[in-house]
Design a protein around this ligand. Structure first.
Ligand SMILES: Cc1ncc(COP(=O)(O)OP(=O)(O)O)c(N)n1
Ligand SMILES: Cc1ncsc1CCOP(=O)(O)O
Ligand SMILES: [Mg+2]
Length: 708
């Protein structure tokens, strides 16, 4: 096992004061110290042996335990049953060769090195004799009065750059040195007074750990099954880890033959091979977090638990893959039982509602019941539980982080998509990575959820498979990194408007528009237009109502319903204000035939509504908003001659209705809904949307051309 040297406590009895060394160590390990070195120049070997035995009990395997210099005391403590992982030796201390010989190949042996000569001597030793170097002092320190000349951070950087062995920085190191020393190549920070003299060693250690994590790229190991379709399993984990700022690694517990439509076969390699994979990683790479997914059977689970106890990764997130999206149980009874030991070693578990039910032994009945069950489970396993409400019905998709005496709920509008394959794997891997980057649990959950949502929104555009497709793990990064694979909403709106510029200039040039603008439009032609507009608006209102029915969110549902109401009111207004006997219009207006242009336009809208495709329908609806708003505002602004703005204009009050600010706002909103739907649509669907939009624009031209 390679040692995690990130936060390394060297004890000093004087600095530990009344609290004493053992309690100081206990609290510091609680806070995240990964290596403890007992250092006491005055104590006898027997006293050191006794302290090692006591420290071994206090640490309980949660950290490595070394002793400074006293090799014989270490051997004696081991013989007494204490877990002593190794020694740290100075240039003038016991021989590292003897230490390696006495303590064996798995012991952790460190050597002090302050200069080039020390480094050369260390590198001249047989390979594997020394595991790391203690390099300092970074700055002068009273803790070791006979310290060598200070190296400073730059001196440390030069030393580390020349050393193939991991170097921990020591001597005057405080928490504000964390980022600089990690950047300088430190494998860890060795501190004495910063922790021994701390008022709260646990809190101080946790602060060191948070700063250390935030200053580096976390090395995150996924232990899960393989999904060749790339949407779930280790494939999804690696993408999620990378997308969340980590370096992903993967040990494969099982091979599945699956795609977006289901699992065809599962192959579990020999258990020794799983063990080999696990140790190949932990013998060479410091692991900052582990995410555990599919563990096919009890033997696999036990093997992973055994490795966890040996490797002791600082963060363990378990996605208890037990219940498939279909509801099928994925583990047999023996495996479900063995899972208990794994959960006891987790920091966070992320069950869906089906898995939560299995873990608490009952069906979950709604969200409140899920919160209650999550609290029971969190207490039982001593870990946080991220209860995922994605399988609930309804417009909201809640999650809750339960543990450490708190329940933090998160909720957003559900994203309607079939592409949900691998969301559980992806969320838990993103969470593990964010925790390993030093984010607080609630921030890590919030950030992971936000990332998952932008990935969900973009999944359909990947067009992967005919079943439940994957999310796009890199959607946000591609968009922000200029790898624009999809236009922005603004880009689509601009593009579509530009692509009907010919239609728009044709409308501007129509005799009807020209005559309307300069007031020469005959009454008969105007009344004909109004009659057709009234006939159109009545049917247009039905199409808008259909858009409201199909709308995916309540906000869009309300918008299109309000627009349908406005269309009916507009049509009634036309009757009340214009289509009256005074206006020379008979009451039999609706006996009037729909002009071919009106009929064709309405047939197009109704045919599009019949497809049931919300995005395509609102694209067909949009030109009526957009072209009227644009034309009306330009007419009203005098672009077709100042007379169009003159209150004396024969059609002044009609012209005014199409410069209405409320209609302009409605148009802006309609454009936004269509553009957003187009962004998240597949290329094929976006093409159908644009076609429906263009055909409606052409019908608008024909509609304006009909009267003259
Ligand atoms: C990690 C680490 N580095 C250096 C030391 C210094 O050890 P010490 O015995 O105090 O001084 P030397 O004898 O090594 O010069 C250490 N204890 N730990
Ligand atoms: C043991 C040791 N070796 C080099 S400096 C030192 C003491 C470091 O103490 P502090 O972290 O309080 O500066
Ligand atoms: Mg020494």
């Amino acid at each position: 096992m390679i040692a995690d040297l990130s936060l390394y406590l060297v004890t000093d009895p004087a600095l530990c004061g009344e609290r004493g060394v053992v309690d100081t160590v206990r609290h510091a390990v609680d806070g995240g110290v990964r290596v403890v070195q007992l250092r006491d120049k005055q104590a006898t070997d027997a006293e050191i042996t006794a302290q090692l035995i006591e420290l071994s009990r206090a640490i309980g395997g949660r950290s490595l335990l070394l002793v400074n210099d006293r090799l014989d005391a270490a051997i004696a403590a081991r013989e007494a049953g204490a877990r002593v992982d190794g020694v740290h030796l100075g240039q003038g201390d016991a021989s590292v060769l003897r230490a390696r010989s006495e303590l064996g190949p798995d012991a952790l042996i460190g050597l002090t090195a302050n200069n080039r000569a020390h480094l050369d001597a260390a590198l001249a030793l047989p390979a594997g004799t020394v595991d790391y170097l203690g390099v300092g002092v970074i700055r002068p320190t009273k803790t070791k009065p006979d310290h060598p000349p200070a190296l400073g951070v730059d001196g440390f950087r030069a030393f580390a750059a020349a050393s193939p062995l991991p170097c921990v920085a020591i001597g005057g190191v405080g928490i504000d040195d964390t980022e600089a020393l990690r950047d300088a190549g430190a494998a860890g920070l060795a501190v004495v007074s910063a922790l021994c003299a701390a008022e709260d060693p646990a809190e101080t250690a946790a602060a060191f750990v948070q700063r250390w994590r935030a200053a580096g790229v976390p090395r995150v190991l996924s232990i899960a099954g393989s999904d060749p379709s790339g949407g779930a399993g280790v494939q999804a984990d690696l993408k999620s880890i990378a997308a969340s700022g980590g370096y992903g690694m993967a040990v494969i517990t099982a091979l599945t033959a699956q795609n977006t439509q289901g699992v065809r076969a599962v192959h579990v390699p020999p258990i020794d091979f799983l063990r080999e994979q696990l140790h190949a990683i932990s013998d060479d790479i410091v692991i900052d977090a582990v995410k555990i997914g599919m563990l096919a059977n009890a033997e696999v689970i036990r093997t992973v638990v055994e490795w966890l106890d040996a490797a002791r990764p600082p963060i363990v997130v378990v996605d208890p893959v037990m219940v498939a999206t279909s509801g099928d149980r994925l583990l047999d009874a023996e495996a479900e039982h063995a899972l208990g030991a794994l959960l006891a070693r987790a920091d966070v578990i992320t069950p869906n509602l089906g898995e939560l039910g299995v873990l608490v032994g009952r069906d979950i009945d709604g969200w409140d019941d899920a919160l209650a069950a999550g609290a029971v489970l969190s207490t039982a396993i001593g870990a946080r539980v991220l209860v995922k409400g994605g399988h609930l019905d309804g417009a909201e998709a809640p999650d809750a982080l339960i543990g450490a005496g708190t329940t933090i709920e998160f909720t957003d509008a559900r994203i309607e998509t079939r592409n949900t394959h691998g969301t559980g794997c992806s969320l838990s891997s993103a969470l593990a990575t964010r925790l390993a980057r030093g984010e607080a649990p609630d921030d890590a959950v919030a950030g992971s959820r936000a990332w998952l949502r932008e990935s969900l929104r973009e999944g359909e555009a990947l067009m992967v498979g005919r079943g439940h497709g994957p999310i796009n793990h890199f959607a946000g990064l591609w968009a922000r990194g200029g790898l624009e694979t999809r236009p922005s909403a603004e880009g689509i709106a601009t593009d579509w408007w530009e692509r009907i510029s010919g239609i728009r200039s044709d409308i501007d040039g129509l005799p009807f528009i020209r005559a309307l603008a300069d007031g020469t439009l005959g009454r008969e032609a105007f009344v004909f237009y109004l009659e057709q507009d009234a006939l159109y608006l009545r049917e247009y209102a039905r199409v808008l109502a259909e858009a409201s029915r199909l709308a995916p969110t309540s906000a869009e549902q309300a918008f299109w319903a309000h627009s349908a109401h406005g269309s009916i009111v507009g049509e009634l207004e036309l009757h009340a204000s214009w289509l009256t006997p005074d206006a020379g219009v008979s009451a039999e207006t609706f006996a009037a035939e729909r002009a071919p242009a009106t009929m064709a336009y309405l047939d197009h809208l109704r045919a599009t509504a019949f497809t049931g495709d919300y995005a395509e329908l609102i694209a067909a609806i949009l030109p009526c908003f957009w072209l009227y708003d644009d034309l009306g505002r330009r007419l009203h602004a005098g672009e077709f001659g100042e007379y169009a703005c003159d209150p004396q204009h024969p059609y002044a009050s009609w012209l005014a209705t199409y410069a209405d600010p409320a209609f302009e706002q409605a148009t802006v909103q309609a454009i936004a809904y269509v553009a957003e739907a187009a962004v998240s649509a597949s290329p094929e669907r976006r093409s159908r949307m644009h076609r429906a939009f263009e055909i409606s624009a052409a019908h608008e031209l024909a509609f304006f051309a009909a009267p003259l």
